[in-house]
Design a protein around this ligand. Structure first.
Ligand code: NAD
Ligand code: UDP
Length: 338
């Protein structure tokens, strides 16, 4: 079975490509390299000994998409392509709406033209806003607080409307919690541009000496140690969730929505301590004010994915930190140290 992976050179996509190839799927990937490079594709090919049919193209480019769909007999699409920096989305919202929304509309139009109606979409726990209670189930009310989140919710709404209009679509909306970690080979991992916005890539840079100290955004939340609590999920578990979603699409399920998380919440302090264990040294930190827009606590109820997909996250926080550390140690400058 041939799967098109959009945003195919990115962080989560590279791990998903690897698992797809290992599971015997053929992978066609498209990326415009706005936040990635060809090196992740090469490394996945090397790790698996298999070829990815790669196209450097933009999902906004309908002609390019049409060309790819004409050449390859694609049966399903995993749609990762998108811009994802919350802060940047507040500064340049139109770019986010154009890229994420128009890009998705263009992709859906081409899929429809070619009769390819199987789609897994990368949504996010951000669509739950500040949940009233935890753990969060898929039925919780949806709300967002920034343009990035709004693109995710708008795309979800668009997919629900599309399905209403044509129930022959099979769509898996996958709401990721906080993906971290790397493949255990240390050959692929997260490679953010510039100073990382997210906690674990930032900690990794402090551990490697590239940055001075960790800035903890607030220790006065209503949580056991006062720092924010999130559901961190190993990127390989997340990748495997996509394989289960692709299998589900083959059963013609209609439109389905799943949380992909572990169901366990860790605080910022917990993550720092676990990373210290992985790298074998103390990491300096300071307490800064809360980051605007951050919430105190969120973690998933992953029961639905377990029951309906037969999927559970198996890799614990130790492994998430160890694998991040291995990737960071082997690749201090990410994919750029070549
Ligand atoms: P990433 O930036 O590593 O991957 C996204 C890829 O899409 C990049 O390679 C980028 O170059 C590509 N891309 C962006 N716009 C494109 C376009 N118009 N045409 C072609 N390619 C384009 O990010 P990631 O962390 O792997 O995230 C993948 C998806 O998962 C995104 O949609 C993101 O919003 C979503 N998501 C990520 C997280 C997270 O914390 N990493 C959490 C929830 C949801
Ligand atoms: N955080 C922090 N320092 C950082 C980055 C993040 O203290 O440099 C905290 C943030 O306030 C939140 C948690 O770490 O409680 C996870 O933040 P991240 O940006 O990684 O993911 P988010 O949950 O915001 O998508």
């Amino acid at each position: 079975m041939k799967i098109l992976v959009t945003g195919g050179a990115g962080y989560i996509a590279s791990h998903t490509n690897l698992e797809l190839l290992n599971a015997g799927y053929e992978v066609v990937a498209i990326d415009n390299f706005s936040n990635s490079s060809m090196e992740s594709i090469r490394r996945v090919e090397k790790l698996t000994g298999k070829k990815i049919h790669f196209y450097e193209a933009d999902i906004l480019d309908k002609e390019a998409l049409t060309d790819i769909f004409s050449r390859e007999s694609i049966q399903a699409v995993i749609h990762f392509a998108g811009l994802k920096a919350v802060g940047e989305s507040c500064e340049i919202p139109l770019k986010y709406f154009k890229n994420n929304l128009s890009g998705t509309i263009t992709l859906l139009e081409v899929m429809q033209e070619f009769g390819v109606k199987n789609l897994a979409f990368s949504s996010s726990a951000t669509v739950y806003g500040d949940p009233a209670t935890v753990p969060v189930t898929e039925e919780f009310p949806l709300s967002v607080t920034n343009p990035y989140g709004r693109t995710k919710l708008m795309i979800e709404d668009m997919l629900r409307d599309l399905f209403q209009s044509d129930p022959s679509w099979n769509i898996a909306i996958l709401r990721y919690f906080n993906p971290i970690g790397a493949h255990e080979s240390g050959e692929i991992g997260e490679d953010p541009n510039g100073i990382p916005n997210n906690l674990v890539p930032y900690i990794a840079k402090v551990a490697s000496g590239a940055l001075d100290k960790i800035h903890i955004f607030g220790n006065d939340y209503d949580t056991p140690d006062g720092t924010g609590v999130r559901d961190y999920i190993h990127v390989v578990d997340l990748a495997l969730g996509h394989i289960k979603a692709i299998e589900k699409l083959q059963e013609n399920p209609g439109l389905v929505t799943y949380n992909l998380g572990t169901g366990v919440g860790y605080s910022v302090m917990d993550i720092i301590h676990n990373y210290e264990k992985a790298c074998g040294k103390k990491l300096p930190y300071v307490i800064d004010p809360r980051r605007p827009g951050d919430i105190a606590v969120t973690y998933a109820d992953p029961t639905k994915a377990r029951k309906e997909l037969g999927w559970t996250a198996e890799r614990g926080i130790d492994k998430m930190c160890e694998d991040t550390y291995r990737w960071q140690s082997k690749n201090p400058n990410g994919y750029r140290n070549l």
